[in-house]
Design a protein around this ligand. Structure first.
Ligand code: S3P
Length: 428
C-alpha cells in the first residue's frame, strides 16, 4: 500500500502555483479531437491517469495520438473511419471517460465494450444509457444492473428532448455528443446549470450549439473540424491549495492560468463567503474557456450554508470545503449534494469518516453534511478510500492538525493531480 505522511511545522503558505490542466476539458479535447477529421492540437493537457485512459481509448478507436508532456496531437480519420475494438475499452477510474464515451459510441458505426476499475464498475450508468436508449442506442447490459461493463452497438440515433433528473455535466455531455450524429435536434433541459465545457468545445470544433433558458440544443449531422485547444489549470485541483491558503493564518498563494469558467467557480464564492480574501484577474485574451490568476489569502473563517444552484458549481470541491468548515467559526451546512454519494466513493460517508479520525465534529445527512467549527484537529492515519479527492483532502488536513497525517493509498491522487505532493511542499 502506498502511504504518504504529511507533517506541517506551522508558518504561513506563500508562493505561486501553476496547477495541472483541467481534467474535464482535457478529456473533451481528446474526445472531440477523435471525433473530428484532421489534426487537433492540445496544450496544457492533464497527464493524469483519468485523461490517459481517454487517450488510450481514442487511440484504440483509430486516432493517432502523440503526447509530449502536456502537449498532445490527435490525428483522426473522423468517426466514419473508426474501427470496432475486440478488446474492452477501459476507462479506468474515470466516470467522465465512460459516460461521455457511451454517448459518442452510441451514434457511431462501431461496436465496443466499455469497462472500468472496481470503483467505476459500481457507479450508475443508467443515467446515460436510459436517455441514449430513448434516442435509439443499443446496449448489452451484461450484468443487468446498469453498471459497467456495457457493450454498445453504434447505430443511427434520433434526436430527443431530455429533461435532466439530476444536475450532471456528464449526462448532459453524453446526450449532446450523441446528438452530434443523431438525426434531427437534440435538446437537453437543465434545472440547475452544470459545467458547460462540452458546449463551449463543440463550438470550438465548428458545431453550432444553442443555449438559452436552461435548454441546450444541437442539430444532428454536423461535422466537427479539428481545432487547437488550450487547457487552463484545473480550478478543482487549485481548490485544495486555495482552501489551504484560506485556512493557515498569514498565508497568501497565487494560482496562475487557472480556469475561471463561471460554471466551476463556486469555490471562489464560498471562500469569499467564509471570510478569505480572494483577488481574481481574468486574462482578457482568453478565448473559449475563461482563465486567469487568482490570489487567495487567509482570513478569519466563518461558517456558511451551501446548497441549491451553487452545488454543481463546486461539486468536486465539497470534500476540501468540508475540511475548511472544520476550521470556521459556527455551523456549516451542506445540502442538495446527494450526488456526492455516487462519486468515486460515497463522498458524504468517506469525508465524515476520515475527518472524524482527526477529531472533527461532522455529521452526514442524506444529501450533505453538518460541520461544527472550529475544531482542534490531531494527527492520524487516514485513508484515501481509493478516491483522489479524498487523498488530497487528507493531505491538506495535515496543515490544520497538531501532528502528522498519514494517507493510505495516496497513489490514487495521480488520477487528477500528478505532482500534488511536490506542489504542496513548494508552498510550505
Ligand atoms: C464532470 C462532471 C461532474 C464532476 C466530474 C467531472 C465532467 O460529474 O463531478 O468530476 O467532466 O463532466 P457529474 O456529471 O456526475 O456531476
Amino acid at each position: 500500500m502506498d502511504i504518504h505522511e504529511v507533517s506541517f511545522h506551522g508558518g504561513p503558505l506563500k508562493g505561486e502555483l501553476r496547477v495541472p490542466g483541467d481534467k474535464s476539458i482535457s478529456h473533451r479535447a481528446v474526445m472531440l479531437g477523435g471525433m473530428a477529421e484532421g489534426t487537433t492540437t492540445i496544450s496544457g493537457f492533464l497527464a493524469g491517469e483519468d485523461c490517459l485512459s481517454t487517450i488510450s481509448i481514442f487511440s484504440r478507436l483509430g486516432a493517432v495520438i502523440e503526447r509530449e508532456g502536456t502537449d498532445v496531437t490527435v490525428k483522426s480519420p473522423g468517426m466514419a473511419g473508426w474501427k470496432s475494438s475486440s478488446l474492452p475499452l477501459d476507462a479506468g477510474n474515470s466516470g467522465t471517460t465512460a459516460r461521455l464515451l457511451l454517448g459518442i459510441l452510441a451514434g457511431s458505426s462501431v461496436t465496443a465494450t466499455v469497462t472500468g476499475d472496481r470503483y467505476l464498475c459500481k457507479r450508475p450508468m443508467r443515467r446515460v444509457t436510459d436517455p441514449l436508449a430513448a434516442m435509439g442506442a443499443a446496449f448489452d447490459y451484461e450484468g443487468g444492473g446498469g453498471t459497467l461493463p456495457l457493450t454498445v452497438e453504434g447505430r443511427q440515433l434520433q434526436g430527443i428532448q431530455y429533461e435532466m433528473p439530476v444536475a450532471s455535466a456528464q449526462v448532459k455531455s453524453a446526450i449532446l455528443l450523441a446528438g452530434v450524429s443523431a438525426a434531427g435536434t437534440t435538446t437537453v433541459k437543465e434545472k440547475t446549470v452544470s459545467r458547460d465545457h462540452t458546449e463551449r468545445m463543440l463550438e470550438q470544433f465548428g458545431a453550432a450549439v444553442i443555449a438559452e433558458d436552461g435548454n441546450v440544443a444541437i442539430e444532428g449531422g454536423q461535422r466537427l473540424t479539428a481545432a487547437s485547444v488550450k487547457v487552463p489549470g484545473d480550478i478543482s485541483s487549485a481548490a485544495f491549495f486555495m482552501c489551504a491558503a484560506a485556512m493557515v493564518p498569514g498565508s497568501s498563494v497565487t494560482f496562475r492560468g487557472v480556469g475561471l469558467n463561471p460554471t466551476r467557480t463556486g469555490i471562489v464564492d464560498v471562500l469569499i463567503g467564509m471570510g478569505a480574501d480572494v483577488v481574481q484577474n481574468p486574462d482578457p485574451d482568453a478565448a473559449g474557456e475563461p482563465y486567469g490568476d487568482i490570489t487567495v489569502s487567509a482570513g478569519g473563517l466563518k461558517a456558511v450554508e451551501i446548497g441549491g444552484d451553487l452545488i454543481p458549481r463546486l461539486i468536486d470541491e465539497l470534500p476540501v470545503i468540508a475540511l475548511l468548515a472544520t476550521q470556521a467559526e459556527g455551523t456549516t451546512v451542506i445540502r442538495d449534494a446527494g450526488e456526492l454519494r455516487v462519486k468515486e466513493t460515497d463522498r458524504i460517508e468517506a469525508v465524515c469518516t476520515e475527518l472524524r479520525k482527526l477529531g472533527a465534529d461532522i455529521e452526514p445527512t442524506p444529501d450533505g453534511m453538518i460541520i461544527k467549527g472550529p475544531a482542534k484537529l490531531k494527527g492520524a492515519v487516514l485513508s484515501s478510500n481509493g478516491d483522489h479527492r479524498l487523498g488530497m483532502m487528507a493531505a491538506i488536513a495535515a496543515l490544520a492538525a497538531d501532528g502528522p497525517v498519514s494517507i493510505e493509498d495516496a497513489g490514487c491522487i495521480d488520477v487528477s493531480y500528478p505532482g500534488f505532493f511536490d506542489d504542496l511542499q513548494s508552498l510550505m
